[in-house]
Design a binder for this molecule. Structure first.
Ligand code: B12
Ligand code: SF4
Length: 415
């Protein structure tokens, strides 16, 4: 079957991101014998025009659309990002009768709501590489009765089976050539993924709904092989999009060993969870080409960290940050202020803690985006901040009482 895959993300906020997830779905779809046309709308001046053109020239039997971002998570001036995606769905409808299937990280958090809002036909919550080809196989037989497939939503219906989170990631593709041209752009850090899932259960986090709570790993050697292949095509800067590069540390260390052996050498960035990080591990990261780490410690107050269900203390953060500094790895710190239990004092504590770390960069977010199914959503419900967990598609935020408007002035005043 001819399949058109569209990445609807047009955002450049924070960093240019390549649609890795859709690329992996594209590779799996090709492996299943289908013909794939791939359109990334990032950088398109006329996204709906580009989609209409692709539909007209490819005449797909099925259209898949990746929904990455729902909003920008900014409480002060929130931007809801699905309107553009809705226009993309409408553009597809206006020139094709092909079924439209949604998927992606943003989609997986709000499968029912996004499907209804965008007016598509089907949606796949969770990993797409196995389920999307299974869906195509049914469509190929003229069968649109697909709600028995894992995590598949039909507009107005419910899936009969839990989302698919395959354990054997080595059986799935790691890259797709459709991404390679954009990956060569000088402002891109090429995304690569070595594991999925996170068991940590931070109180506000949506990852469990996207990737589940069980860690699923790819073999470090296979990941390094793909990075090496890409390096030989001239790509040298990578971004590990794993939720945390060091969970578990043994996997990260094995990966570092394999990356260190690559010629030509590559540089890379990753996200680190500042719990039990050893000097040996940080040395291995540096030797393998790590140049920068996103250190999401979120707070400098031990009490607030406990409220967030973090497993580390400010002392652990300092230890990790110092090790990174000692090994020449840039540190971007993240503070997430205003969650349950936050007070003016704990905000001051966090700011002075962040100052003391002498980070290379610090990003501060005020107010926490509430995601359904999280302890934070439960808390917001109990405190009357939200009315139900069903109304969270348009962003709602938790901000502890007594902080507004003071906190915005305080952040503007600097560390
Ligand atoms: C790494 C990451 C980043 C990195 C990206 C680095 C890079 N070079 O790509 C950084 C830190 C820069 C970043 C920035 C942002 N991010 Co971010 N990011 C992530 C993270 C942790 C992983 C995303 C990823 O690459 N996954 C790897 C790929 C392989 O998985 P995938 O895309 O989910 O694809 C799979 C499935 O979803 C599915 N699938 C995907 N597409 C399709 C299509 C079809 C048709 C089908 C059937 C299936 C399917 O199959 C794929 C393979 O199994 C997710 C959280 C998470 N756990 O998913 C947040 C996440 C995607 N980010 C989010 C947000 C909000 C942002 C920012 C807006 C934050 C900000 N204000 O700066 C920016 C936006 C960046 C941009 N320009 O678009 C949110 C999106 C939800 C929302 N509220 O909108 C998430 C979900 C985190 C969260 N808070 O919940 N991000
Ligand atoms: S460590 Fe990161 S991905 Fe895991 S639950 Fe916490 S915030 Fe989410």
């Amino acid at each position: 079957m001819k399949v058109l895959l569209v990445s609807a993300n047009t955002e450049r906020v924070n960093m240019v991101t390549l649609p890795l997830g859709l690329g992996l779905v594209a590779a799996a779809t090709r492996r299943s014998g289908h013909e794939v046309d791939f359109v990334d709308l990032l950088g398109e001046e006329d996204p709906t025009g580009a989609v209409r053109h692709a539909v007209a020239s490819h005449r797909p039997g099925t259209i898949g659309i990746a929904v990455r971002n729902i909003d920008d998570q900014c409480r002060e001036n929130p931007r809801f990002l699905l309107e553009g995606t809705r226009a993309v769905v409408e553009a597809c409808r206006s020139c094709s009768d092909a079924p439209i299937v949604l998927g992606g990280a943003g989609y997986s958090i709000f499968p029912r709501e996004v499907l209804a809002y965008l007016g598509a036909d089907f949606g796949v919550a969770g990993d797409g590489e196995v389920v999307f080809p299974a869906l195509l196989a049914r469509f190929g037989k003229g069968d649109r009765n697909v709600s028995d497939l894992p995590g598949v939503y039909v507009r107005g219906g419910e899936p009969h089976t839990e989302r698919a989170l395959p354990n054997d990631l080595d059986a799935l593709p790691l890259w797709d050539h459709a991404l390679s041209t954009a990956a060569a752009s000088p402002d891109v850090w090429v995304p690569i993924q070595s594991r999925r899932g996170c068991p940590n259960g931070c109180s506000y986090c949506s990852t469990a709904r996207i990737q589940g709570r069980t860690i699923r790993r790819r073999s470090p050697g296979l990941v390094a092989d793909v990075v090496g292949d890409l390096a030989r095509t001239g790509l040298r800067r990578f971004y590990f999009v794993d939720n945390s590069f060091n969970i578990p540390e043994s996997h990260g260390r094995a990966l570092c060993g394999a990356l260190a052996a690559l010629r030509p050498r590559v540089t890379w960035r990753c996200i680190l969870y500042p719990e039990k990080v050893s000097e040996e591990f940080v040395a291995a990261m540096a030797a393998a080409g790590c140049t920068e780490v996103a250190l999401g410690f979120e707070s400098g107050s031990e009490r607030v960290l406990r409220e967030m269900n973090k497993r580390f203390t400010p002392a652990d953060v300092r230890h990790t940050s110092d090790l990174l500094f000692d090994h020449g790895i840039r540190r971007t710190g993240f503070l997430l202020l205003g969650g349950p239990g936050e007070t003016r004092d704990s905000v001051e504590e966090s700011l002075s803690f962040a100052r003391s770390l002498r980070l290379d960069d610090l990003r501060i977010t005020v107010g926490i985006r509430i995601y359904p199914g999280t302890p934070l959503a439960q808390r917001a419900l109990t405190e009357g901040i939200i009315e139900s967990e069903g109304g969270l598609l348009r962003p709602r935020f938790y901000l502890a009482p007594g902080l507004e408007p003071w906190i915005y002035g305080r952040i503007a005043a600097g560390l």
